[in-house]
Design a protein around this ligand. Structure first.
Ligand code: FAD
Length: 494
């Protein structure tokens, strides 16, 4: 029997797992997908928000500001890319100036540090590429940018190093109450746990309904983005927001921690919790809307687009509480933006709820907060590179030409705890396929490395989710490949 079962390995589940791994408790992290961070955590704006936006007194406001303050230490311990670059909310007329004044005052109540309202000249001095029609801006220097999936993966890896068990492809389908605790049915068998933390993102309402009457709904709200090549990554230096109006929040322009630029998102309520496709209308809207901030959006440098789904709660605020009538079952639901920012603070609060529910949390002396640094070959000195290649010649072989990623780095991230199992898993951890060619060159080589390291046939390599095979048949006469297709076909027929 586990002490705690966490359902969902997005940034919230992974933050809770890592926080729990400080204590002497037996924890399992159950994830329905083939990888961690494969839900909303992989597709968002990647901003560590300042915290002036959320309504004072809300859980969003509290955990945004508390979470933001935790990022420097957390990202240093876990070797996660994070830059506190600050944000600007642009105002274009008198009405907008009033709105940013309101945001400023809300920020003061929420405890956001060092905000200031800038005039036109100050804004353009900081960001010369912005529209000359700008009137002023709210500057929040505490805002930043982070690698969102890197954060979740790093927290999971550190949690596993400290004793947490991760079970992938384990979708929770049913939960029964026991005299003490819960029996959790997954499509890979049953587990029992005294306490359950529901971090199931878009599906948190369905998981809640497995133990209690429905009390909230999660509404999927899609947001689409364009990603720009690194050649224009310094087009702006800060996160550039537009002023929220009655018509919407506007779109943002921001550099990413990997040196790209992103523009987005729109907001579209949907019925389906899996609709991750981008649309002509959505992308057209964000491009048009982006031009309000700068007439010169460098559209020639767009390399790809993506969409993410917000888990919008019907209640309007994060739902983080023990479920009435289900002792020890804690919902962490409706974690839409600023959920990424809030994640580390939410995890600490969840532990308080667990203690209130009777959990005995004894700190363990063996907890180790530091994650081994990822090897980033191109960031090494020439001497360090030569030494590494001497030790392992795979560091001398470039696999991704756009991002200059070596075979050695890819092997390392496959072999780590919570390592990559799919092509997209490799991409999220080491970045091959994120450059201008979008994997056109390195994709097949990454597949070969995955097949070799995981000891599977190349035809079994997945792009991402279960069933997402890439190879459907031989592309040229190659006896070895033909034989392997023959073997797979024969196995399927049996
Ligand atoms: C367009 C957009 C922009 C955003 N921008 C920002 C931003 O800039 N800054 C910010 O702070 N926040 C932002 N957010 C919000 C942030 O991305 C989310 O709050 C955060 O990723 C939520 O993490 P999560 O772990 O709750 O959900 P997820 O990442 O969705 O994780 C939930 C996990 O549960 C698993 N799961 C579901 N059902 C089951 C089941 N039955 N059994 C087992 N596993 C299950 C899923 O597979 C998934 O892996 C944005 C969100 C969107 C969509």
């Amino acid at each position: 029997m586990y002490d705690v079962a966490i359902i969902g390995a997005g940034v919230i589940g992974c933050a809770v797992a890592r926080e729990l791994s400080r204590y002497d408790v037996k924890v399992v992290l159950l994830e329905k997908d083939t990888d961690i961070a494969n839900g909303t955590t992989k597709a968002n704006s990647a901003i560590v928000h300042g915290g002036y936006d959320a309504k004072p007194g809300s859980l969003k406001a509290r955990f945004n500001v508390e979470g933001n303050a935790m990022f420097d230490k957390l990202c240093k311990e876990l070797d996660v890319p994070f830059q506190r670059i600050g944000s600007l909310v642009l105002a274009f007329d008198h009405e907008d100036m009033e709105a940013i004044q309101e945001l400023y005052e809300r920020g003061l109540i929420n405890g956001v540090p060092n905000m200031e309202i800038l005039d036109r000249e100050q804004v353009l001095a900081l960001e010369p590429n912005l529209s000359k029609h700008v009137e002023g801006a709210l500057h929040a220097p505490s805002a930043g940018i982070v690698g969102p999936w890197e954060l979740a993966i790093a927290m999971a890896e550190n949690a596993i190093e400290n004793g947490v068990e991760l079970k992938l492809e384990s979708k929770v389908t049913k939960i029964e109450k026991l005299e003490t605790g819960y029996q959790i049915f997954t499509d890979k068998g049953k587990v029992e746990a005294t306490y359950v933390i529901n971090c199931a993102g878009l599906y948190a309402d369905e998981v809640h309904n497995m133990v209690a009457e429905p009390s909230f709904r999660i509404i999927p709200r899609r947001g689409q983005y364009n990603v720009f090549d690194r050649s224009v990554g310094d087009f702006v230096q800060k996160v550039i927001f537009q002023c929220p109006t009655k018509k919407g929040k506007g779109v943002l322009i921001t550099p990413t921690v990997h040196g790209n630029l992103i523009v987005g998102p729109d907001a579209e309520e949907l019925d389906c919790k899996e609709s991750m496709e981008t649309t002509m209308e959505g992308l057209g809207f964000i491009r048009e809307q982006g031009r309000k901030s700068t007439e010169n959006v460098p559209a020639h440098a767009i390399i790809t687009a993506f969409a993410g789904l917000r888990a919008t709660p019907s209640t309007g605020d994060f739902i983080i509480e023990e479920v009435t009538g289900s002792n020890g079952f804690i919902d962490v639901a409706g974690i839409e933006s600023p959920g990424l920012t809030a994640a580390p603070a939410i995890a600490i609060y969840v532990l308080e709820l667990l203690k209130n529910s009777g959990a005995m949390l004894q700190e363990k002396a063996s907890f180790h907060p530091i994650r081994r640094k990822a090897i980033r070959f191109m960031e090494l000195t020439d001497e360090e590179k030569a030494e590494l290649i001497q030790k392992d010649p795979r560091f001398g072989k470039i696999i991704c030409r756009c991002e200059s990623i070596t075979e050695g780095e890819i092997v390392d991230i496959i072999r780590r705890k919570a390592g990559a199992l799919t092509v997209d898993g490799v991409k999220r951890r080491a970045r091959p396929g994120t450059g201008r060619c979008q994997g056109g060159f390195c994709g097949p080589r990454v597949m070969e490395i995955l097949a070799r390291e995981l000891e599977i046939n190349i035809t079994e390599v997945l792009k991402d989710r279960s069933g997402s095979y890439i190879l459907t048949g031989p592309t040229k006469i190659d006896t070895e490949i033909e034989e392997s297709f023959g073997a797979v076909a024969a196995a399927k027929e049996q």
